[in-house]
Design a protein around this ligand. Structure first.
Ligand code: FRU
Length: 479
């Protein structure tokens, strides 16, 4: 039975079995969130890609659905997006859901051609249940760029057109279309900006509001070249006029500094909410992680927003508010002075391996939260004042030797300039998501202890004062 499986997440989406990677086609339609994903139903390693499918009404309890898209004569079904064609611009039918994805032709790749990735579409007239591929595929042919993939499409209201953000090797190329079938190139962005340690993949472009003004955010995943190794997601803020993206700043920023949030994109059709899901894994070791019947999971859905710090604009994220509904019974301690070590488990009867912990108003000093089990395995999450960095150290977290770079301490800059620190962490059996300073610094890491961590303690050699600690076991959303 699934629940008893070692390392099986209880709040995070994972497939019943076999391999998954990127989230695809995230769309909200008639009260239902659709999550499609890169899926290989025959193995626990990457292979010919399908679009798997799951649905949810609350972003946390997922219903597995039949595979939506199978590979065909044009190739594997790589990553992409989905939109609701409210105005029937494509002529498939009013309210059709249209998926825009990359056809990856393995034969062309073997033959060392350069044009084996092309963009195609498929549509559903029954609210996402069944899908038909468009007979005129591909709709956007490869112009001679080996890496030409992961279309993210949105409706650009002002000009009544669709805009496609496409990863094209070492840059983003924007295209537009009146009908999702005919696409024209608008511009390129990023050849000389941002991080370039690896190929650009899975972009997303969307507006957010900051102090009443619209600001465009461009997400770009890269593999490798992440701040703590392997794959990661950078972002740019700027202006978008339907044709070109103009960044405000040139410095590289990361949406998540942990190693395990990749290829994250946001839902379409969610009005004012901007909700992101990422693949909670890293290409550096994704095919080697020690789970048995399945490999891969998604991050907790996160709501994105902007924050200004020292006149610079940053992307912040927090777990969607739906997570609050999973609260079983929280316990809070107030006004605590910690010197050396403080065992939270005994004070709060904190025994679950699925929980949220919030530490509030910590006078910034070195401290750490240590999760451990009887086998002596531990995961350390902390803050280092001298470097002004948060960190997650998983070097002794359990099984680590399936890949040589896994056992590491990961660091992230503290961006906030507030005097006091606030932290919120979500732990779910084999993952931790750290949201520091209201999500200004975020880290997501996976780990694989031999048995679940049963103890939580807080350590501070120099001493630390906390206004409050709240421990909240979270209910499993597994069926
Ligand atoms: C990112 C990625 C995408 C591609 C897909 C293939 O993780 O490499 O660029 O479409 O995975 O599964």
């Amino acid at each position: 039975q699934a629940v008893a499986e070692q390392h099986r997440p209880q709040l995070h989406f994972s497939p019943k079995e076999k391999w998954i990677n990127d989230p695809n086609g995230l769309v909200y339609h008639k009260g239902v969130y659709h999550l499609f994903y890169q899926y290989y139903p025959n193995s626990t390693v990457w292979g010919p890609m399908h679009w798997g499918h799951a649905t949810s009404k609350d972003l946390l309890t997922w219903q597995h659905q039949p595979v939506a898209l199978y590979p065909d004569s044009l190739g594997y079904i790589f990553s992409g997006s989905a939109v609701v064609d409210v105005n029937n611009t494509a002529g498939f039918g009013k309210g059709a859901i249209v998926a825009i994805f990359t056809h990856h032709n393995p034969k062309g790749e073997q033959e060392k051609r350069i044009d084996f990735q092309n963009q195609s579409i498929a549509y559903s007239l029954d609210d996402g249940k069944t899908w038909s591929k468009y007979a005129g595929n591909p709709v956007l042919k490869n112009p001679g760029i080996v890496d030409f993939r992961d279309p993210k499409v949105m409706w650009f209201e002002k000009e009544n057109k669709w805009v496609m953000t496409l990863a094209t090797k070492d840059r983003i190329t924007f295209y537009s279309s009146p009908d999702l079938k005919n696409w024209s190139k608008e511009s390129e962005f990023g050849e000389t900006l941002g991080a370039h340690g690896g190929v650009w993949e899975c972009p997303d472009l969307f507006p957010l509001t900051l102090n009443g003004k619209q600001v465009w955010v461009l997400l770009v995943s890269i593999n490798p070249g992440g701040p703590n190794g392997g794959s990661a997601t950078q972002y740019f803020t700027g202006e978008f006029n339907g044709k070109t993206f103009t960044p405000f700043e040139t410095e590289t920023k990361w949406m998540d500094y942990g190693t395990d949030n990749y290829a994250g994109v946001t839902f379409s059709n969610t009005a004012n909410r901007r909700i992101l899901i990422g693949w909670m894994n890293n290409w550096q070791y994704a095919q080697a992680v020690p789970t048995k019947s399945w490999r891969g999971a998604m991050t907790i859905p996160r709501e994105l927003y902007l924050k200004e710090v020292n006149k610079k604009i940053f992307l912040a994220s927090k777990p969607v508010k739906e997570v609050d509904k999973l609260q079983v019974k929280s316990t809070t301690l107030s006004n605590i002075n910690i010197k050396n070590s403080y065992n939270l488990s005994s004070k709060l009867n904190a025994k679950s391996s699925v929980f949220q912990l919030s530490l509030n108003e910590i006078a910034a000093n070195d401290f750490s939260i240590v999760l451990s089990n009887k086998k002596g395995e531990e995961l350390v999450i902390g803050y280092d004042k001298t470097s002004n960095q948060y960190y997650i150290d998983r070097s002794k977290s359990g099984a680590v030797d399936f890949e040589k770079g896994f056992a590491k301490k990961h660091v992230a800059p503290r961006i906030s300039t507030n005097k006091n620190i606030s932290l919120r962490i979500i732990v779910d059996v084999a993952s931790v998501e750290l949201f520091a300073d209201d999500g200004l610094t975020v880290m997501t890491d996976v780990f694989f202890p031999a048995e679940p961590y049963s103890s939580i303690s807080i350590r501070s050699v120099k001493g630390v004062t906390l206004n409050s600690i709240q421990y909240m076991p979270l209910k499993s959303t597994m069926k």
